[in-house]
Design a protein around this ligand. Structure first.
Ligand code: HMG
Ligand code: MG
Length: 299
């Protein structure tokens, strides 16, 4: 049986915008988030407290949080890669953070500037400190299904990395198909390995990229294994600036079209998301990649 209800974790304002050549000012990012909030989405990632040299698109995340109603019942997580990021997140009154580690050595160095051992220890420390301060922490794993430098990734590596983040206090582990090479059978195999290792399926989310057109097929495979939280980005905007081959995220409206068709409830208004994507497309000055958006909104 497929889950009756699914949570959509919206990443356009962070994962989406961080990969765009155009840096949108804080006020436009606030408008994007407010428009997304009006669609019924209950979790909207709002930015990153990372080095502005590494990711200039996420500079001013503090100004973005200052403009949001953090007590509205909508969750606005922010990325925090180290103690400095955690302190900045706390100062901005964030209640939810996300830490992010790679399951591969090469991407740890490319994205986080240090070895897997060092970055994993740093992120576990941040997760534990945030948890003891009463914050909720999501743990992202990158390169779960393949790495541009190292090739295929063993499911046992994923199980080990997920266990470490859960032990550090993370409530959810988001499995990142950072370069979009996963196919449904592979998704099922990784999920089976996690479930067999007693990692609760309720604690697992899937973060797909549509690089090879497999994102929705991968979501369907994960639904069949009981996963009920999926990351998506309005209009399919985004990728990752530190993994050259990572193109678009799964578009939120494409995900919603499939879930609506399956009778799975999300509480999100697909048309309102598609209209937000069209607005975002104008802000970025480029067409977005969502098939659903193009089909249901008059251009
Ligand atoms: P580092 O070079 O190892 O750290 O960076 P450092 O301590 O040597 O600091 C370097 C510079 O960054 C210093 O500035 C620090 O002050 C500054 P400088 O002295 O050169 O002027 N700095 C900071 N500034 C603001 N906030 C901070 C902070 N920390 C250091 N928190 C670090 C390590 C991780 C900080 C850096 O490499 C960085 O910020 N990288 C960006 C990582 C990132 O945001 N990646 C994208 C998100 S992950 C992703 O997209 C994947 C995901 O979507 C899932 C998937 O698809 O797989 C989640
Ligand atoms: Mg991503």
């Amino acid at each position: 049986d497929l889950p009756a209800q699914v949570s959509v974790y919206e990443v356009s304002a962070r994962d989406g915008l961080q990969a765009e050549p155009v840096t949108l000012p804080a006020a436009i990012r606030v408008e994007l988030i407010s428009r997304l909030a009006a669609t019924g989405l209950s979790t909207i990632e709002a930015g990153s407290f990372v080095s502005p040299k590494a990711v200039p698109q996420m500079a001013d995340t503090r100004s973005v949080l200052d403009e949001l109603d953090l007590d509205s019942g909508i969750t606005y997580p922010v990325l925090a890669p180290n103690r400095r990021g955690l302190e900045d997140a706390m100062a901005a009154r964030a209640q939810d953070i996300a830490v992010f580690v790679s399951v591969t050595e090469s991407f740890s160095r490319a994205n986080l500037g240090d070895s897997l051992e060092v970055t994993t220890a740093r992120n576990r420390d941040v997760a534990a400190a945030a948890t003891s301060a009463g914050m909720r922490v999501r743990g992202y794993l990158s390169m779960v299904f393949g790495d541009p430098w190292e090739g295929p990734v063993e499911p046992s590596q994923v199980v080990g990395a997920a266990g470490q983040l859960l032990d550090a206090g993370c409530t959810t582990i988001s499995l990142g198909d950072t370069i979009g090479t996963a196919t449904p059978g592979h998704v099922t195999a990784v999920l089976q390995a996690l479930i067999e290792a007693d990692i609760p399926v309720e604690a697992i989310a899937l973060h797909t990229h549509n690089t090879y057109g497999q994102a929705l097929a991968n979501v369907y495979a994960a639904l069949q294994s009981g996963v009920s939280e999926f990351d998506a980005s309005a209009g399919g905007v985004g990728g990752c600036p530190f993994a050259g081959s990572a193109t678009g995220n799964l578009a939120t409206e494409d995900l919603l079209w499939m879930l609506d068709g399956l009778g799975i409830s999300t509480g999100v208004d697909i048309r309102a998301v598609a209209e937000t994507s069209q607005w975002l497309s104008r802000q970025l000055g480029k067409p977005l990649s969502s098939a659903t958006s193009a089909a249901i909104v008059d251009q």
